[in-house]
Design a protein around this ligand. Sequence first.
Ligand code: NAP
Length: 244
Amino acid sequence: MILNNNKILITGATSGIGKELTKRFCQLNNQVIAVGRNENRLNELAKFDSRIIPFKCDISLQSELDRLVAFIKKEHNDLNVLINNAGIQYDQTLLNETYALQKIEHEINTNLVSPIKLIALLLPLLQINSNSAIVNVSSGLALVPKTKAAVYCGTKAAIHIFSKSLRYQLNKVKVFEIIPPLVDTEMTKGRGKGKISPQRLVNEFIKAYQKNKYEINIHKVKLLRLINRISPKIADRIMNRATM
Ligand SMILES: NC(=O)c1ccc[n+]([C@@H]2O[C@H](COP(=O)([O-])OP(=O)(O)OC[C@H]3O[C@@H](n4cnc5c(N)ncnc54)[C@H](OP(=O)(O)O)[C@@H]3O)[C@@H](O)[C@H]2O)c1
């Protein structure tokens, strides 16, 4: 991939991994359409660089997705990269009665349904423009799940397999997947050990992205995959100990 002079849409750009991706792509001289729900955080982010175009949008809602896509088609039809990064995790088991159906639906919409819809809606543009790519952010939990957050693990496993299949379907648009380990962000506040920084994740991602490595295992995920191949039982034990 050519790393500069792209127009990139990043969902979940106001915090953690998305924020770091936004800053890095600006430093590499790209324009970034930064998507999030929180207007204050979007405005703060936009102060960082004039190449950031903030757009308030809750991707879990169909009407909001339609509004975002209409904006892109009208104002930014040179968009050539979509990064599906926004995600949420309810760290609960289904036995927890407060984990209502509404939360389950919200989690599946945000992590799985909406990223797929956004791809479908923006694909006609991505097909026309050059150096085009889709980047989906899954998780090490897509490969080896943890006890809590079964719905989250399910959405990430689905995004993992979806990304692989989509890669087979598309010739012109490249399909990447970032598979992160535990990263030190708002999502993981107060839990887990041995987290890496979002900066470290982005460093590894950029190197692999530039070389067209499509499935990008970040840091400890490389080892996790190896252990999982040799002994899934040991991988399960490691994952459940690390993510408590
Ligand atoms: N942190 C980890 O250890 C880890 C590990 C593996 C994978 N991941 C994945 O990495 C991605 C980024 O996570 P993170 O750790 O950086 O989390 P984070 O710091 O909590 O950031 C999540 C971002 O998503 C946005 N967001 C959430 N729901 C949204 C919605 N409905 N519409 C639009 N934006 C929404 C949030 O912004 P607003 O609140 O402003 O909307 C925020 O910018 C997620 O897909 C996550 O599953 C994270």
